[in-house]
Design a protein around this ligand. Structure first.
Ligand SMILES: Cc1ncc(C[n+]2csc(CCOP(=O)(O)OP(=O)(O)O)c2C)c(N)n1
Length: 279
């Protein structure tokens, strides 16, 4: 287990995030698969989590004491799959099989098929309820406390199940539970705040009994520090509202929601890799 009381190595985390972005762009091209911009949006959160925060051992993915990370916005599976491969849960070569018939890397994360995938997600609104259950069951069973992280999208916060779970977590004082909201202001076809009024999102989480904070969701160092501080002494579950840019890292994809569904051409992959400093 890696216990992180040390300062985050922001240089390393930035490099990891760029590598994840590069791989995600390539996977989307190879598989002609959607949700590229959604995946780019959250690479800094994943880099901070997997290379600084989480107490995990890739050679023991079922260790009962491990921290859990649930990608509740399961449509960003390419980012999670790349992270798990680069972190050593399985071979990087497996990433070339993304969406292939009969393969293990389904378009959305499956249950019990891949080491490191903690929950089947993709249907939005399920990751936090699952996280609540895992955290509560650990307490009931008197297990050594581990942390549970759930990465949600902003559009996902339209789901009633998110707010039921939020109330539940506060009532049960699940202080080992942490939500990160990838607040990129877009959902599938429209601006998030035009679809349903999410703003002020931090106030909403606070009103639901959480210790809520609002940060730059691409500041890997800050993400790493705040996520590592859970439980933070407030006695409450923690919500980190991470302001992000959809398509982050590739200038011609940033804040352009067409990349929710589009896959890049070979030329666009090359241009993206150049921008990410990977060539
Ligand atoms: C319950 C449910 N309804 C609809 C969808 C289809 N869907 C996939 S992604 C998405 C929204 C994407 O926006 P957001 O959730 O904010 O994530 P982003 O891609 O912007 O990170 C929707 C509605 C789904 N996955 N689950």
């Amino acid at each position: 287990m890696n216990v992180t009381s040390r300062e985050p190595n922001t240089e390393l985390l930035r490099r990891r995030a760029a590598e994840l972005r590069g791989r995600v762009v390539l996977m989307s091209h190879q598989a002609k698969s959607a949700h590229l911009a959604s995946s780019l949006s959250c690479c800094d959160v994943l880099a901070a989590a997997y290379w600084h925060v989480l107490r995990i051992d890739p050679s023991r993915p079922d260790d009962p004491r491990r921290d859990r990370f649930i990608l509740s916005k399961g449509h960003a599976a390419m980012a999670l799959y790349s992270t798990l491969a680069y972190r050593g849960f399985y071979s990087v070569d497996l990433l070339d099989t993304y969406t292939r018939d009969g393969g293990k890397l389904a378009e959305h994360p499956p249950a019990n098929l891949l080491p490191g995938v903690e929950a089947a997600t993709g249907s939005l609104g399920h990751g936090l309820p699952i996280g609540c259950g895992i955290a509560l069951s650990a307490r009931i069973k008197g297990e050594e406390p581990f942390r549970v992280y759930a990465l949600l999208s902003d559009g996902e916060c339209n789901e009633g199940s998110v707010w039921e779970a939020a109330m539940f977590a506060a009532a049960q004082k699940l202080e080992h539970l942490c939500v990160v909201v990838d607040y990129n202001k877009w959902q599938a076809t429209a601006r998030s705040n035009e679809t349903l009024q999410l703003s002020p999102l931090r106030d909403k989480w606070e009103a639901f009994g959480w210790d809520a904070m609002e940060i730059d969701g691409h500041d890997v160092g800050l993400l790493a520090r705040l996520m590592a501080e859970v439980p933070n002494g407030s006695g409450k579950p923690v919500a980190i509202i991470a302001h992000t840019v959809k398509g982050k890292g590739v200038s011609f994809m940033e804040d352009d929601n067409n990349w929710h569904y589009r896959a890049p051409t070979a030329e666009e992959v090359a241009a993206a890799h150049k921008e990410l400093g990977l060539t």
